[in-house]
Design a protein around this ligand. Structure first.
Ligand SMILES: Cc1cc2nc3c(=O)[nH]c(=O)nc-3n(C[C@H](O)[C@H](O)[C@H](O)COP(=O)(O)OP(=O)(O)OC[C@H]3O[C@@H](n4cnc5c(N)ncnc54)[C@H](O)[C@@H]3O)c2cc1C
Length: 586
């Protein structure tokens, strides 16, 4: 069991990996290959210290000294330069050196997606703004590597994945225009052919990490059809080779509620030189040309997964700050974490967090946990929007509840929670609002039949809980709750296949929440079975049971009649990660 949270002043300065047994459990479970697990240990442990220490400390300062736009130099020449506080650039330099953007190119071995997710989870606990910038850099590198023409590809990829902060470039993505974010088909930015290249003309309304060097941009080739299908994806450098602006003008910086340190701007493209992102060449020959909005959607889907990790990071940080404060603060002569309602808040925070980590990390592990490659692809296709919906919404709730645990101090900007709450509110919007993501879940089912893989995954969790572990009494109520919810999900899927389109859309949020509850319950069950079998420890079974009581099979009269004492009697093992005897959990 961990030491008492009362030993700490706050989360900053601690080793966030050492303090997170649930993250270790995820890595143990999802990386069964010993070499993968050892690789994960080396890098995730490094990031635990880095993120909990200097990155988190500086992030507080960056947030209070947001970027500014220097429009002109002292000669009156327009330079459109973004000025940052040194803490922002120091943090980026440290993360680039540590391999946050370049690990996959420099590790000398394949980097499991679970490891990348763990690093992103840790960075997000310090600051989601910096993950926004560096996450888009990795996304841009991926698009450039696969779809850029030979003439620019290797140099750009080398820069975007460099471990040298003086050489490294960053990336961004421009989709949204004033008239439409959700409806990108309304985009009017025009792409005019110019030999083998293109020139872009138009305005982009939300451009984060605007002083990056390379942007992936949606625009409509001259003469292409209206709507989303007429759009194409372009690679656009901010500067030309001689250092002059590439037809790129920053109109203004946005005055944001949160994620203050990453500059988000309105941008005018006036003849910006661009390359269309089509099939990259292998051995010198071009593959089937691939352009259009699908290329951009590959980056968007990667970013949606990243935004789910941002939500999880804020949730974890909120839990940690709340647990530490509640162990320190005394009222009526005793620590506030001795009071039942505070205990229940902290237990709820950790149960929802572990449900969220189970779902989000499953996106990274889907190719391994599925039975075939195709099933893995379909599983990831539907899990990513579900994870983003769930993790970003829960992050707002977690930040709000934890802020309240800090009482009046929580509302103050010199304590850590105000920023977390401001930042959390961004993530339900970024990369598609919750409504749009709920509609995307329907699309994944209607167009790709992705629910088949999802339901199969839930069935596998049920099957493995039913056999092998010999601890049926502990898992039985969870198995029953997951099985009943699986039945409800099947009914909902059948019903929605027959209703009008309008009703299907009306139910889309309810339906996505149902699926998220189902998958989280099933994955917690999986984790509980695994922990019981490996360690004889029923802690995760208690987490799964608490989750099921709240989301899958709520007790009568809101649980008042059955006097469940879990939050009181098992507070320490739940909140401080101690073992639970199976007979206690039964
Ligand atoms: C801090 C920040 C940074 C950003 N950075 C970038 C960036 O770097 N690059 C980029 O391209 N974009 C960026 N965005 C833009 C972001 O992706 C969009 O704001 C988002 O996609 C929503 O688009 P919108 O603002 O036009 O809202 P709208 O599309 O106008 O939506 C308004 C409301 O209507 C709802 N709605 C719209 N259509 C439907 C529908 N069919 N059914 C149900 N509800 C619907 C939405 O859910 C939302 O609640 C950023 C946004 C923020 C807040």
């Amino acid at each position: 069991m961990l030491s008492d949270y009362a030993c700490h002043e706050g989360a900053i300065g601690l080793d966030w990996y050492a303090l997170d047994p649930n993250l270790r459990l995820l890595l143990d479970r999802l990386l069964p290959d010993a070499a993968d697990r050892a690789f994960a240990e080396e890098h995730v442990a490094r990031f635990g210290e880095l993120c909990g220490g200097p990155i988190a400390r500086r992030a507080e300062i960056s947030d209070k000294h947001g970027p500014t736009l220097l429009r002109y130099d002292r000669w009156g020449l327009e330079i459109d330069t973004i000025e940052h506080h040194p803490t922002w650039t120091e943090n980026k330099a440290d993360l680039v050196r540590a391999g946050f953007t370049g690990l996959s190119h420099h590790a000398g071995r394949p980097v499991p997606a679970v490891v990348t997710a763990a690093l992103s989870y840790l960075v997000s606990q310090a600051e989601t703004a910096i993950y926004c910038g560096l996450g888009m850099t990795s996304g841009a590198a991926d698009i450039v590597e696969r779809y850029a023409p030979d003439a620019i590809r290797d140099d750009m990829v080398g820069r975007l994945t460099s471990l040298d902060p003086d050489e490294a470039w960053e990336g961004g993505m421009f989709l949204t225009e004033r008239q439409g974010g959700s409806d990108v088909g309304a985009n009017t930015t025009l792409a005019v052919p110019d030999g083998d290249e293109w020139r872009l003309h138009g305005e982009k309304h939300f451009c984060s990490n605007v002083d990056a060097e390379v942007f992936i941009v949606l625009a409509r080739p001259e003469g292409a059809s209206d709507g989303a299908s007429g759009l194409a994806t372009f690679i656009v450098p901010r500067l030309l080779a001689d250092g002059s602006p590439n037809g790129f003008r920053i109109l203004r910086l946005k005055p944001k509620l949160g994620t203050v340190a990453v500059p988000t701007a309105e941008v005018e493209l006036d003849g910006a030189r661009a390359w269309i992102a089509r099939g990259a060449s292998t051995a010198g020959t071009h593959d089937q040309p691939r352009s259009g909005i699908n290329t951009m959607m590959e980056m968007v889907n990667g970013s949606r997964f990243g935004v789910a990790l941002m939500g999880l990071g804020i949730h974890r940080r909120s839990f940690l700050e709340g647990a530490i404060y509640a162990a320190q603060r005394e009222q009526w002569g005793q620590r506030i974490d001795r009071y039942p309602l505070v205990r229940e808040t902290l237990v709820d925070l950790i149960v929802e967090l572990e449900a969220g980590t189970a779902l989000t990390f499953e996106c990274a592990a889907a190719s391994r946990t599925a039975e075939t490659e195709e099933e893995g692809r379909a599983l990831r296709r539907i899990l990513v929007p579900l994870a983003k919906i769930r993790a970003t919404r829960e992050a707002i709730s977690a930040a709000s509840q934890s802020l309240e645990l800090l009482g009046g101090n929580g509302y103050m900007e010199d304590w850590p929670m105000a920023r977390q709450l401001r930042d959390a509110q961004c993530h339900t919007i970024w990369e598609g609002t919750e409504n749009i993501l709920c509609i995307d879940v329907r699309r994944a089912i209607n167009n790709e039949g992705a629910h088949v893989a999802l339901l199969a995954r839930v069935e596998r969790a049920l099957a493995s809980a039913g056999t092998g572990t010999g601890i049926g009494a502990v898992l039985a109520p969870i198995v029953d709750a997951v099985a009943a919810t699986l039945g409800e999900a099947r009914e909902a899927i059948d019903h929605l296949a027959d209703v009008s389109h309008e009703l299907e859309l009306l139910h889309a949020r309810r339906f996505s929440y149902l699926l998220a509850d189902l998958v989280e319950g099933a994955l917690l069950l999986d984790e509980a079975s695994w922990q019981l079998a490996r360690d004889g420890d029923a802690r995760k079974a208690v987490v799964a049971r608490q989750f099921a009581r709240k989301h899958l099979a709520p007790p009568r009269v809101r649980g008042i009649l059955d006097d469940d004492r879990t939050a009181l009697d098992l507070f320490d093992p739940l909140v401080r990660y101690g073992p639970v005897e199976p007979k206690t959990a039964a």
